[in-house]
Write a protein that binds this ligand. Sequence first.
Ligand SMILES: [Zn+2]
Length: 315
Amino acid sequence: MKIKLNKPFTANSAVDEFDVRQVKKALNRLGYYMPYEKTGITGIPDREVFAALKKFQGDHGLPATGTAKPGDATVQKLGSEAGQKNDGQYIWRTVGDNKVRKSHAELEGEVRDFADKPDPGEEPGCRCWAEPVTQAQGLKQVVTSEINDAEDKWTAFHFGWHFRFGHGKPVTLPEIGYLRDVVNKAREIMFHKIETQVADEMRKIQSGQLVYTTSNSYPRLSEVHWVLGKGTIETKTEGQVKKDGDILYIKATVQYSYFDEITDPIDIRQHKLGTSSTFHPEFENYRWTEFGGTPYPVTGKWETELTGSISLSQE
Ligand SMILES: [Zn+2]
């Protein structure tokens, strides 16, 4: 990496903005400088960049002045060390505001090799930086798909009406106003379980492509609406696992799909057969359901991004 300073680089003079960016980027790549996360790498000569430079000089047998001049030994050493830094891994970090270019926003949180291109901070105006990963941070999931629920949620009346008159027409969770509630309930009752299982899979494969699927029913979905409590949620986790020493990293997507077939939500058949003496209380006033109905599927999908690091040895 070539570093070419325009002006002397000292804390008590007017430094050049581009010089500051170059020095910060090189020191960041080498693990000496971490920017304030709300601003990322900027041309502002903060105190931390001079402290980082001083530390770098001390570690490389240079006079630890925390300053540099165009073309001096510090500039040359910094450029060559940063250029040779191709081993190890880092997490791509962005400021996270709406000015981050799309291609970099997509890299946020991704574990990358220092040899990968581009580098954070490399492209013009880029404020991104590298966060070295030295210890297991755990796994987390962020919902990345959109949730566009209908404004009005279906009540038991609608579930029953659709059974009686809907001719089996499938409905989706957004259409009936429940995707957000189901996702939130899933976050509460199953996200952590998935992460624990994915962690076990990561330890099995250690590196490479990970594909992991589950299929379970979650009776606690009835806390969203009692009609939904018999549904099944399938998951498919797909991503890449990398290993660095005792640490395993992952970046994956998890596709969730909910499925249930709503059969006789209000015990119509039992009622007709005389095996159930009462309708569900919410249907006492809707005797039209006595005339039967057609089962119908309810489906819903969402996606999360699963990222993080775990230690290879079980904790
Ligand atoms: Zn960027």
